[in-house]
Write a protein that binds this ligand. Structure first.
Ligand SMILES: Nc1nc2c(ncn2[C@@H]2O[C@H](COP(=O)(O)OP(=O)(O)O)[C@@H](O)[C@H]2O)c(=O)[nH]1
Ligand SMILES: [Mg+2]
Length: 210
């Protein structure tokens, strides 16, 4: 598939400083998070087949906000600020504005968190803190090991295998895959995960069930 009919429909909805400014808490949301520079904006652009999407979230004033994009009447993608520049030894809630942590903890519509990690150096201390925290608050996570084009096939599969073993052992609420915005490796798999969380089916409704 070169485009996905649901995600290509993404349109900017609004930017909210905290959960109280978010749209009504119904339907399905998947949020994107990751250390700064991990490739979140690039991933969002490829997943939605749009260039303007990530640009919207870069607009000054919106970079520290919860940026919401609507897909259809009940589904939204959410771009969360990068958490790269904070100190390592502070609690996750302080890495972000309190409002962001509250969104992830309390939002009923949030079905899962897509976490970008650079495949050349995954599982930095902040990534582990995010995984610990999301395990505690029971938010499912799917990790995109980004920039997989920078690794050889052998290095990439080793990296994935070792991360998956660690997740199985320490963070069973999380899954992982390889991803490249450059050569689109893993794009179908990422769409598949999103579809699962969004409870979206491409299959047409069967006539005889109507
Ligand atoms: N080779 C390669 N570079 C990438 C890929 N994704 C992102 N980048 C580069 O990594 C840098 C950070 O990407 P960006 O999407 O802005 O990261 P963000 O800060 O997480 O939003 C940019 O220079 C991108 O061009 C990828 O899949 N492959
Ligand atoms: Mg970005």
């Amino acid at each position: 598939m070169t485009q996905h009919p649901l995600y290509q429909k993404a349109v900017y909805l609004k930017s909210a400083p905290d959960i109280s400014h978010c749209p009504e808490d119904t339907g399905f949301e998947v949020a994107f998070a990751g250390r700064s520079n991990a490739g979140k904006s690039s991933a969002l652009n490829v997943i939605t087949s749009q260039k303007s999407l990530a640009r919207v979230s870069k607009t000054p004033g919106r970079t520290q906000m919860i940026n919401l994009f609507s897909l259809d009447e009940e589904r939204r993608l959410v771009d969360l600020p990068g958490y790269g520049f904070a100190k390592v030894n502070v609690h996750v809630k302080r890495l972000w504005e309190a409002g962001l942590a509250e969104y992830v903890e309390k939002r009923q519509a949030l079905k899962g968190l897509m976490m970008m990690m650079d495949s050349r150096h995954p599982m930095q201390p902040l990534d582990e803190m995010m995984l610990q925290w999301t395990a505690e608050i029971k938010v499912p996570v799917h990790i995109l090991l980004t920039k997989s084009d920078k690794l050889s096939r052998n290095q990439a599969s080793k990296t994935l295998f070792s991360l998956q073993s660690q997740l199985k052992k320490d963070y069973p609420h999380a899954s992982a895959q390889l991803f490249s915005s450059l050569n689109r490796q893993g794009l179908d798999q990422a769409w598949c995960k999103l579809d699962e969380w969004m409870e979206y089916s491409l299959e047409p409704v069967k006539q005889d069930s109507l």
